[in-house]
Design a protein around this ligand. Sequence first.
Ligand code: NAD
Length: 260
Amino acid sequence: MKLAIAGATGRMGQSIVRLAAQEGFSIVGALASPQSPHLGRDVGEVAGAGILGVAIGDDVASALLGADVVIDFSRPEALSRVLTVARRKNVAVVSGTTRLDADTEKKLDEASATIPVLWAPNTSLGVQVLAEIVAEAVRRLGLGFDVEIVETHHKAKVDSPSGTATRLADAARDARKGLRTVTGREGNVGPRAADEIGVFAVRGGDVIGDHTVHLLGPGERLELTHRATNRDLFARGALRAARYLFGKPAGRYSMADVLG
Ligand code: NAD
């Protein structure tokens, strides 16, 4: 299978490029922003072999040339362009880019009519299992238990709260219809209505990503936690998703499908 990587010079992109090369994928193209420091050098160094060149900014067509699957960890505006070209060139898309606007969300759906598309705000297998456990716990515990989510990330993270925290809130809300999500930064604590899920973002240091879902009931509480200790876990999940998507019919897929 031939891979292209969008966001190849980023924190995630570099991890994906390195692991993909180790796992024997052939990387035929890469896309990065013209603002990326040490462009080509970073990608060339981490890949070791296989990358034919780094396309810059708008030149998505060159980056995707000859690829079967593109893995995208970039920014919503770049993903939007990747989707347009991937549709035209019949390239499957795995994307972990977070904080998508409504237009990009719509493009994911539209593209899935033509090509296989998997978007996941967290590509770790553990978070997928956590979301399933949260849904089960909320269903079983029922009314009388409040749901609060606390996420902690490194201070360079651009979005807040994380896409994963939003995903976990969605899982809780779907399990108990009627819950609403309210988001805030650390310390922004006010009285919480019974139907509200509080989502809090803490930023600092080099934390890769911690998520704790608190289920708070009368006289007892559950704390369900996932901690990422290495960025490679997201990369491994994305590569597993790429393998899963290769040769699949057009449609929307999720990490739940990859886990089986
Ligand atoms: P980063 O800032 O380190 O890297 C971003 C990459 O995107 C760089 O290569 C940059 O050159 C490229 N890029 C940015 N704008 C571009 C443009 N307009 N055109 C082409 N390329 C462009 O970011 P990161 O920490 O690697 O995270 C990237 C994305 O992945 C973020 O949305 C982040 O929230 C998300 N993320 C998702 C998961 C997951 O499991 N789904 C895990 C970690 C990060």
